[in-house]
Design a protein around this ligand. Sequence first.
Ligand code: C2E
Ligand code: MG
Ligand code: MG
Length: 487
Amino acid sequence: MIIAIYRFRERVDKETIRVLLSFPVLITILILSQQIYPTIILSGTAVTTAILIIYLYFQRREQMTDDLTHLFNRRTFVQDIQKYIAEGVNFYVVHLNIIDFKTINDRFGEKNGDQILRGVANYLKSINVLFKVYRTGGDDFAVICRNLNEAKVQIFANEIYHRFEKPWTNNLLPSTVLVGIAVLNYPNHVKAWEDMIELIEYCSQQANQQSGSRIYYADETSNEVIVKKRLITKLIKVAIEENLFYVVYQPIYEVSSKRFKQCEALLRLEDPQHGIVYPNDFIAIAEETGLIFELTKIVVEKVCRFIDEADQAGVELESVAINLSSTQLSQESLIEDILEIMLHHRVNPNRIVFEITEAAFISNSGRTLNFMKQLNHFGVKFSLDDFGTGFSNLSTMMGLPFNTIKIDKSMLGNAIKSEKNSKILEGICHAFSEVGFNIVVEGVEDSLGHEITQRTTATHIQGFYFAKPMRSPQLLNLLSLKDLNLP
Ligand code: C2E
Ligand code: MG
Ligand code: MG
């Protein structure tokens, strides 16, 4: 056995060698014991012990490793991080995420996808035997490096990054894949292991979103983002429980009638300790945590109640626009919830317009179309929000049942800066008008912005120049005024 271990030592890992080497020791103890106590037969006990050692070892090993790559798995990764932090060891985590790996699997088949993953795993294992390598998710890998300084870890991360420029398999498929690399250190960037796991996720997202080199080095401020995210998540949960959300309404000016007939519902959170929290600070977190579904229902509920109030007060309110996050467009049950709330408040669905931001369509137009069609069937209308900020594919967009396009304030901002951009704005509005869309120009703040907007075919204008978002009683007041004296 010793000869076999010696011959194959390169192919067998150290822990297995240690387990195998324990057998000669066990046999020696057995022989010695047998000499001392010749009347007791110990061979059966020894065999059982040996089998038990082998069984427990391989069972533990299975639990610790990933079947496909034979790297350590996520569970071991978390345990190791906990252990190193408890011991106060200084270490770096170099985390790799293969970007859009699902597409590779879909296009070339899982077998080829697996080959790439194995290729990456073997490469990572081969870099430095002192580093521990893990597969922490379907397309995620991590390397824990101890005893490395910042300069060396940068060289290491760069080396891995550049390796990804080359293919991973030698078949004919284009087997290069994109990678995002996040580099974090304990104790510089985090103090607790839970923070480390969250920070890895955050840094990995940042890495993937970077243009150019997708290597993201955590810094002292990275953890603040995690802390803030946790705080906001808590504020949202408390605000849902204690009814601390409220909606403000920004009137939308109709050019033809020179009146406000529509408005946009904008959500606010009023926390007793932190004051008013704005959507830019909590919507993205609500999306990530799934709490957005609850928020949408809150907004729809409040808006339906407001429409009912407006009707009771006899003021003219054509429709209210509600922002819908892209993450919600695949949630079929939301459709039922929305319709149920409308029914409960006896609000005709044609009084609601859902605004969806341009970026929402990039990934999932099939589902988006389905979601929109179902609500559209009941009379709900849709508006494309923030046009000019995303990367919408015009032909995809035209296939969706929108009846309004909202031109983002950044486009107006550009139009104010140059005559050329102003002409572009006019041209875009003209093209959309030609095919029958309503057009809202957003973010009109002053008379210059208004003047430029008037040169376009915009049917509606929204902005601080006309009115800021306000609470429902103020809007009811405003809508009930006979003479608004608007420009
Ligand atoms: P949005 O849908 O594009 O809403 C317009 C934002 O621009 C609002 O900010 C509004 O107050 C602001 N705004 C309006 N006129 C002007 C102007 O003349 N100048 C400037 N600088 N800004 C103006 P707010 O309320 O902070 O909302 C920000 C974003 O948060 C919204 O952008 C929307 O995407 C999101 N949001 C707001 N409420 C909700 C909600 O209930 N659900 C979801 N999913 N998103 C929401
Ligand atoms: Mg909007
Ligand atoms: Mg907008």
